[in-house]
Design a protein around this ligand. Structure first.
Ligand SMILES: Nc1ncnc2c1ncn2[C@@H]1O[C@H](COP(=O)(O)OP(=O)(O)OP(=O)(O)O)[C@@H](O)[C@H]1O
Length: 369
């Protein structure tokens, strides 16, 4: 199925500009997830694509068709919202059939399409029920069914799972993934949930104040965030950060010292050549720390344990104070109590460096796992 492109989009509300010269593309069959803090423009972007808002300037194409001057119904997009927006007086089958009946399909074509969608979505036994007689997950499936039957060129989802409880969300997330694998329809999906973004996306577009902060695969954005903002947006507990400076960097490697505890770290070479003394932020994910010193890891830091929280399969260990503080996510119980001192290690490739402007210092490409 064709993808979509937004080129050089400007959009202001009153005198407040939200998008300026904004570009985005969605490839054939690609699942693109938009994430970002509240107010960064995710919903507005979906609404622009769907035709519920008009851009001040720029072009929107779905496949090869320019659609930015077409009314919503002629764009070939289907949008599913957080609120399922089902008709309460209609049955499941009638709700799903509605857009097809509006489009003037014959009765037999509508019936065939509705039956097929209900089978695909596990709604075949519920076709005669009304929305009030369905669970949240079933209602959301009906909303998806209503979008699918139109065979749109592009799917838009605005936080479709956020009204569901955690277990149902996880189940529906897998159903989304399976559905996408079957339909391979280009999709733009907005969520606040980083696990949902990671699990579903071919590509994650992280937005910040109407701009794209990073556009990358889930793995790349997690392991090689382009900025501290991107690094901190993903991961729970959040990535550890320590102030530090470059001692010396050349083609053999990068020597970095942390500011307060004075750890000295030898890291792989950078693509850029930062001057000696340049201030940096050293960052490492809590699960990338390890008590094991093997040959793939270097000594990262030694700290006194402040607290240990055990969650069952894993625990979170809080270490050190103030700007020296670290969080370690360990498998099992870690066998520590407050007051113990522990030496932690990390693979050099898992230690990220950011400049004073918050941008990542350029590294060679990510090795494939
Ligand atoms: N119709 C409107 N009139 C005026 N301002 C608007 C309108 N729609 C959106 N905005 C503003 O545009 C910005 C982006 O809003 P948008 O809803 O796209 O953000 P979002 O990233 O989807 O946020 P959230 O995650 O909270 O849903 C916000 O500052 C919002 O106040």
């Amino acid at each position: 199925m064709p993808g979509a492109t937004l080129s050089r989009i400007d959009k202001s509300f009153g005198t407040v500009p939200l998008f300026q010269d904004f570009d985005l593309s969605v490839g054939d069959g690609e699942f693109v997830v938009l994430v970002g803090p509240s107010g960064c423009g995710k919903s507005t972007l979906l609404r622009l694509i769907a035709g519920l808002e008009n851009p001040d300037r720029g072009e929107i194409r779905i496949g090869s068709r320019r659609v930015d001057r077409l009314p919503p119904g002629e764009r070939g997009v289907a949008m599913v919202f957080q609120s399922y927006a089902l008709y309460p007086q209609m049955t499941v089958a009638q709700n799903i059939a509605f857009p097809l009946r509006m489009a003037g399909w014959s009765r037999s074509a509508v019936d065939a399409s509705v039956t097929q969608a209900c089978e695909l979505l596990g709604l075949a036994d519920l076709m005669d029920r009304r929305p009030a007689e369905l669970s949240g997950g079933q209602r959301q499936r009906v909303a998806i069914g209503r979008a699918i039957v139109r065979e749109p060129d592009l799917f838009l989802f605005d936080e479709p799972l956020s009204n569901l409880d955690a277990n149902l969300r996880a189940q529906m997330r897998r159903e989304f993934a399976e559905l996408h694998a079957r339909l391979r329809a280009p999709t733009v999906y907005v969520t606040h949930d980083q696990a949902e973004a990671m699990a579903l996306a071919d590509r994650i577009v992280l937005m910040r104040e109407g701009k794209i902060e990073q556009d990358a695969t889930p793995e790349e954005i997690y392991r090689r965030p382009a900025s501290l903002f991107a690094a901190r947006f993903f991961g729970q507990p959040p990535i550890n950060t320590l102030p530090g400076h470059i001692v010396h960097a050349d083609e053999r490697g990068t020597q970095v010292a942390t500011a307060h505890s004075g750890e000295s770290l030898f890291l792989p070479p950078l693509r850029c050549a930062p001057p000696d003394g340049q201030e940096v932020v050293v960052a490492v994910r809590p699960e990338a720390l390890s008590a094991v010193a093997d040959e793939g890891r270097i000594a990262f830091a030694s700290r006194r344990v402040k607290y240990v929280e055990w969650y069952g399969g894993e625990c979170q260990v809080g270490l050190g104070q103030g700007t020296d503080a670290l969080i370690w996510r360990a498998i099992g119980k870690a066998g520590l109590v407050p007051g113990d001192t522990i030496a932690l290690h990390a693979a050099p490739g898992d230690i990220q460096l950011f400049g004073a402007d918050g941008r990542a210092l350029e590294r060679p490409p990510l090795p494939i796992l």
